[in-house]
Design a protein around this ligand. Sequence first.
Ligand code: ZN
Length: 339
Amino acid sequence: MSSIYTSMDFKFLYCVCFVSLLQSCNGIDRKNNNSGSYEMTKEWSPIKNLKIGSPAGIGIDSKENIFIFHRASRTWPLIGAMPSDFIKERTIIVLNKNGKLLNSWGENLFIMPHGLTIDDEDNVWVSDVGLHQVFKFSKDGKLLMSLGIAKVAGSDSLHFNRPTDIAIAKDGSIYVSDGYGNSRIVKFSAAGKYLLEWGKKGNDIGEFDIPHSITLDWVGNVYVADRENKRIEVFNNKGKFLREIKNNAFGNICAIYYNKLSKQLIAVDDEVSWFGLKHNGSNIIIINADGSIASQFGKEDFKAMHLKGWFHDVCVDKTGNIYVGDILENKVWKFRKKE
Ligand code: ZN
């Protein structure tokens, strides 16, 4: 079953409540064309002789170049331990917004690539759930900082347990969603000094069941994709809970990206059944500042393109075009905003 081969990204014992996306919610009628002002381009990673495997992380720099953090030939083990050896191929791919290959690096550095974030100075931040670490690189791949201890899981100020994603504030503060093993957000200073943390496993206010993605808005509030709880939680920069964004139209929220220009949150979800074993496709959800859904589209709207993937990360360029890493189809998709 090709649909499950990367799938330790689910919970065996979670009884998945299937919520029909045909359901009308917040004024969104799924019978209408919900792609709204977006059209899907064909597969957008037209790089010859460069095979992408599970593009888990995706980000965009100030020049609108797209960074892809992928697993190359590595697959997530369905059973048993994580691999311990490094991926030999180049795991970071840099494209311009027309899809032209600009650079690639990241060979022999990572075990299981996951999240990727580009900060305001175009540094590249990645998390590796196999190494239990977070790394800061220059845009060309020079290592500038590492957090966590390689191959040692833990829950104190020095360790992570399968960290999923990173967000960087204007003052350089570092937020890490941690992750699959722990259920917390950890904040560090710009220099990497541990400052504070919040969250524990659960579904109550301020709790998480796989905090899978993290992003910041223009005032520095922290948005966390609480994946298995099918919601987004919002906190201030000290970890104080502010509100949750929840909607019956949400599947498991896998990734979120705050679009500073439109002041909207761009989310991607994953609809699963059979106790999380079967993936039924993904949607892009554009969320207004008040938490209402502006637009939702994807698997229902682009059926003609046989889109049955699993959108794992998302970013947006200045025009509003949306780029998605699909870890089932092993492709990057571009949804172009119409004029
Ligand atoms: Zn994941």
